[in-house]
Design a protein around this ligand. Structure first.
Ligand code: SF4
Length: 93
């Protein structure tokens, strides 16, 4: 549904007929790590993420996976691949 609270006019999964269903009833502002990301939108001088209602939670376990301003090198991506699954794929091909 279209947001009627913080990011008015934006299509949002959390918007329901009876209001915002996200924890606390609204999106949370971005954090410092988000600065420079193309997903940032500014509403009434407060910056929000267009993809996540709680940007801080996206940085708890490392880099946000939708961040457009962070370049990940191949080695960093390889580390995230489960080595057991990778070896199984290698055997089949
Ligand atoms: S996509 Fe990630 S880095 Fe970009 S604004 Fe949203 S939470 Fe922040």
């Amino acid at each position: 549904m279209i947001c009627q609270t913080v990011k008015k006019g934006t299509d949002c999964f959390f918007m329901k007929a009876n209001g915002c269903s996200f924890t606390g009833g609204s999106c949370k502002p971005i954090i410092e790590s988000c600065e420079g990301c193309k997903k940032v939108t500014e509403v009434n001088n407060v910056k929000y993420c267009l993809s996540y209602p709680d940007p801080e939670s996206r940085w708890v376990a490392g880099t946000c996976n939708l961040a457009t301003h962070i370049k990940r090198d191949v080695e960093q991506i390889k580390k995230k691949i489960n080595p057991l699954k990778a070896s199984k794929k290698g055997i089949r091909s």
